[in-house]
Design a protein around this ligand. Structure first.
Ligand code: PLP
Length: 434
């Protein structure tokens, strides 16, 4: 959006208004022209936006059962804006069941907001002053940069991980010494490094950090008096049961518990992005006080809080039906996408969680540059497929793409057919192309 003249906004407002968000631009295009096998076969299949449609029907059936959206006059009035006691209790019970078996999570340590993005924004506001720095390993979900910058003017600096880090060339490993090195470097440039943001499981890599690695990284942060913000929005979207995700909430030997903050929400694990439910767990009383105050500006509606609590409290539906069925369907869809892509000669980094296949298409780029990566992106888009290219996720190696495999199952084959067609064309020398 171009504003004329831009100067009637603050610098901050103008920056947000004019920020060219590549992913959002194509997302909107895809939204205007959605693929349908019969009604719009030339439309766009969206494998770029991280949503999960594998349990859509079952979720709708449970939510409309009656108890979840039971409206009463109480829903017309003010309520505990930072999370109703009912929802915080349900969340605490849910965390105790799924995130840290054996230890109780207290509802008093939770603040609810309208989405995990809002939680990140509020933590930027509460923990940093304008110009302060937060670190995050890249490649990464791009909004990590804007969520902290848009309103709080916090500068998120990357810790680049790359495919060269290890011998197999596929790792993108984060090493504690890289974290330390980046802190020292930025501090020597006069910057105030306030914290580290980790996505655990990671978007787009789809893997969780091991408890051993987390302890080492957290120790580095504690030595530098830094906060650690751990976004666990995909904690239960783990489709490989041989590699369970271990939540930071379950670690009882954190070097600095008061500065370790864990985030979750209903957006991904319950595929309820439209509900706008995010939650922050922190042991810092001062931070809780601040977050409760600012949550007034970004609270989840009362009725939605009730619906969320109803789902989380329904152990039979939630624990015995929804989560295991979702996990099984995710595993099937991931395996299908993985096998088809590998059959086309695409290299895929193995993952265990999240909605993504992180795939290396470098052998289809000649030369292997960011420019060529974007050309391939355009070819895929023109063929009716929206994927996110790695450069838009701050990947330092050109040629990586993020495929969302949790799209409507009936669209997955068609999407992979489109990929195959485009890649085959690239494999065929230009003079032989039809
Ligand atoms: C790692 C991560 N955090 C936060 C979000 C945003 O979540 P919400 O829609 O709850 O604000 C996303 C969405 O893609 C995400 O991938």
């Amino acid at each position: 959006m171009k504003l004329e003249p831009a100067s009637h906004l603050s610098q901050r407002g103008s920056h947000a208004a004019n920020y060219g968000d590549f992913i959002m631009t194509y997302f909107k295009e895809a939204l205007k022209n959605p693929y349908h096998p019969k009604l719009n076969p030339k439309g766009i299949i969206n494998m770029g936006t991280a949503i999960n449609r594998l349990m859509e029907t079952e979720l709708a059936a449970r939510i409309t059962q009656g108890d979840a959206l039971a409206y009463t006059p109480a829903h017309q009035h003010y309520y505990e804006l930072s999370g109703t006691a009912q929802l915080r209790q349900a969340l605490a019970g849910f965390f105790t069941r799924h995130f840290c078996p054996g230890r109780n999570v207290s509802p008093d340590n939770l603040v609810v907001m309208n989405g995990v993005g809002a939680c990140l924004d509020s933590l930027g506001h509460a923990l940093c002053d304008p110009g302060d720095v937060l670190l995050t390993p890249t490649p990464v979900y791009g909004r990590i940069f804007t969520d902290f910058c848009d309103r709080s003017l916090v500068c998120v600096e990357p810790i680049d991980t790359s495919q060269e880090t290890n011998v197999d060339g596929m790792t993108f490993d984060l090493r504690p010494e890289d974290v330390e090195e980046r802190i020292v470097q930025l501090t020597s440039e006069g910057k105030r490094v306030r914290g580290l943001v980790l996505l655990h499981p990671h978007n787009p890599l789809g893997t969780s950090y091991s408890p051993e690695l987390l302890r080492k990284i957290f120790a580095v942060c504690a030595r530098h008096q830094m906060h650690v913000i751990v976004d666990e929005i995909y904690a239960l979207s783990v489709f490989d049961t041989s590699a369970p995700h271990q939540s930071v909430l379950s670690l009882d030997d954190l070097p600095d518990p008061e500065k370790t903050h864990v985030l979750w929400g209903l957006t991904k694990d319950f595929a309820l992005a439209g509900f706008r439910v995010g939650v922050i767990h922190t042991q810092s009383k001062e931070l809780l006080q601040c977050l409760r105050a600012v949550s007034t500006y970004q609270c989840t509606p009362h009725l939605i809080q009730h619906a969320a609590a109803t789902l989380l409290n329904d152990i039979e539906w939630c624990d015995n039906f929804y989560l295991p069925t979702n996990q099984r369907r995710m595993q099937e869809a991931y395996t299908k996408a993985l096998k088809r892509l590998e059959g086309m000669g695409v290299k895929v980094r193995r993952s265990q969680a999240g909605f993504f296949v992180w795939a290396n298409l470098q052998s289809f780029l000649c030369p292997c540059t960011e420019e060529e990566e974007l050309k391939l992106f355009e070819e895929l888009f023109e063929s009716g497929l929206f994927l996110v290219p790695g450069s838009k996720l701050y990947c330092v190696n050109p040629g990586w793409f993020r495929f969302i495999f949790t799209i409507a199952p009936e669209d997955l084959d068609e999407a992979l057919n489109k990929v195959e067609l485009v890649l085959c064309r690239r494999r065929t020398p230009r003079k032989h192309r039809p």
